[in-house]
Ligand binder design. Sequence first.
Ligand code: NDP
Length: 401
Amino acid sequence: MVAASPRARRRISILGATGSIGTSTLAVIAERPDDFEVVAVTGNDNAAKLAEIARAVGARLAVIANPAAYAVLKDALAGTGIEAATGDSAVVDAAARPADIVIAAIVGAAGLVPTMAAIEAGAQVALANKECLVCAGELFIAAARRAGPPILPVDSEHNAIFQALGGHAIDTVEKIILTASGGPFRDWTVDAMAAVTPQQALRHPNWSMGPKITVDSATMMNKGLEIIEAYHLFGLSGDKVEVLVHPQSAVHGIVAFRDGSMLAQMSAPDMRTPIAHCLAWPERTESGSPRLDLAALGSLTFERPDPRRFPALRIAREALAAGGWATNIMNAANEIAVDAFLRHRIGFLEIAELVEETVARAAGLATETPASTEAALNLDREGRRIALELMQARAGLGIAS
Ligand code: NDP
């Protein structure tokens, strides 16, 4: 047998290196540092942490989006030979630097332009930033087709589906199942949910993640975003994307094929596994994640989500059916609403209410799927404006807390 020739070091850039996915990516790289070379790392505010990361991995470029944080980054990297830069356009430049893989892990619609730049530069994009697809999925998929390499899903459920599909054509698939932990309020009554505090919503039972996605998990808007993400990534209509609540978070996704076979992917609820899958694809590498102990788990349970307590799922399905304009507006409104909830400006149940009202209001103004990144960004701004206006109106009426 002839020994396989060693693979060249893979050049990696990490957009959102200071966040939760960024941290997990760095942990996977640390498992096999000789296999990877870090080209660029980016952050938004946390310049001290970004400088520490850039030094630790020997990145060539570190970019902090917020100019107010640049002085800290520049000072911390002085004399290291690591290039420092700031501003949104510098983040885009970092994304477009020649690299084999770009980890797209900026949170929210802020990741749209840099992620698109990475795709257009021809890098293999490992996508965590699901909001990109919800804002402008048609544009992303078209750009990825033009550029060549497929988008690799980092999101654990979509990564599971990608693995379970195993290269089968999508017309062999009857449906896919995305699992949801159900979040911290899976068993709570509506009345109890009305009084939920940000601290309670930020305590996820199974996953450790950034604040926005943790709140999205609690409202189940995260699963709504993921239905739309699956539609774009796999080309499956919404009615073929089922959601089941699976509190153990051991099975992440299931593909049900035409012949009755169901293939599931399982792993401990730790993002290092899907990230390692993307970093090594089509091969495999160590992730450093804990192993599932099935005997210790004992049983795996699945149940349908309760649409009354978790309206975000219905709202997302309706937006998907309405078209790209509606998913874009829904995402913008959700970003505003989650931020307002975390700042104690609206209640937990008001997140979904505000999102639904914003999409309904926008329906009178826009019904076109954005045909360019600029159009997607304009629509996103419009969605934010409407959501803020509705929030102010609620506060004026004494509805918002
Ligand atoms: P975090 O909040 O932990 O990290 C977000 C990252 O984005 C940070 O590096 C932050 O920089 C940076 N950032 C924030 N705003 C901007 C901006 N305006 N411009 C440039 N950079 C910005 O989020 P997560 O890591 O949890 O999530 C990242 C993405 O991955 C989200 O889209 C999420 O839905 C998705 N995802 C996350 C999972 C998880 O387990 N965490 C699982 C599946 C998907 P700074 O730290 O300096 O503010």
